[in-house]
Design a protein around this ligand. Structure first.
Ligand SMILES: C[S@@+](CC[C@H](N)C(=O)[O-])C[C@H]1O[C@@H](n2cnc3c(N)ncnc32)[C@H](O)[C@@H]1O
Length: 213
């Protein structure tokens, strides 16, 4: 109870966010990562929504591993609290400098350099991929998902989508039904969060359809 109150404060409070920003600026001087990462989770409501909703799902369903591809500093994966101590948290990013800082900030998680290739051979998993997939063409991401689904038992996929008629920096908005070849169903869609250039970002949660359900 106290833990969860502290966690919500730590990812929501403005003063805590400002403190983190100073710390991130300091780490940026050492590890030279991109300035995008300087905005802590406290000022990004979509990221808070993912932490709280995903954590509730994995703790209810006894998920064994939660992975985030494109994790950056680990603001999402690092803040997810797992009740099962055996549940691994794995952050994956193609930028090695940002991962060096993520390791300092979130020692409870494992960080790997790479991309969807690092998602193979994992069982009972949850996979988060947000705030970078809008740069990947739909057929390319679909191929990545086919490879992941062949080799990994992913129970829950978490992704961000945008309204398709918006002409913004969010070039591609993905459709879960096509991306996961009809093998998943959407169990939750968040409210729209303000994003760049007046766009709205939605967080979608797609659960694997089990044969006997
Ligand atoms: C804008 S940041 C978002 C970080 C995090 N997902 C969040 O929303 O808080 C995007 C991150 O995705 C990483 N990235 C971009 N394309 C990637 C890819 N194909 N595979 C793995 N990481 C990627 C970048 O290096 C960067 O750290």
């Amino acid at each position: 109870m106290i833990n969860s109150v502290f966690q919500k404060w730590w990812i929501s409070d403005t003063v805590a966010g400002n403190y983190k920003r100073v710390m991130y600026q300091f780490l940026q001087k050492i590890f030279l990562f991109d300035s995008w990462h300087l905005e802590p989770i406290n000022f990004r409501p979509y990221a808070k929504e993912i932490v709280l909703a995903t954590e509730s799902y994995i703790n209810q369903k006894n998920i064994q591993c939660v992975m985030e591809v494109g994790c950056g500093l680990g603001d999402i994966i690092g803040n997810i609290k797992v009740s099962n101590r055996k549940c691994q948290k794995i952050g994956i990013d193609r930028e090695k400098n940002v991962l060096k800082a993520a390791k300092v900030l979130h020692p409870s998680a494992i960080f790997l350099q790479g991309s969807f290739d690092q998602c193979i051979s994992r069982d009972e998993t949850c996979l988060i991929m947000v705030n970078f997939i809008h740069r990947i063409p739909c057929d390319e991401l679909k191929k990545e998902m086919q490879r992941v689904l062949l080799k990994s038992n992913v129970k829950l996929m978490v992704l961000d989508t945008f309204l398709s008629n918006e002409n913004t920096v969010y070039e591609y908005s993905h459709c879960g039904r096509e991306l996961f070849a009809g093998k998943y169903r959407c169990i939750r869609k968040s409210r729209g969060f303000a994003a760049a250039q007046g766009a709205r970002r939605y967080i979608e949660y797609w659960e694997k359809i089990e044969k006997n359900s």
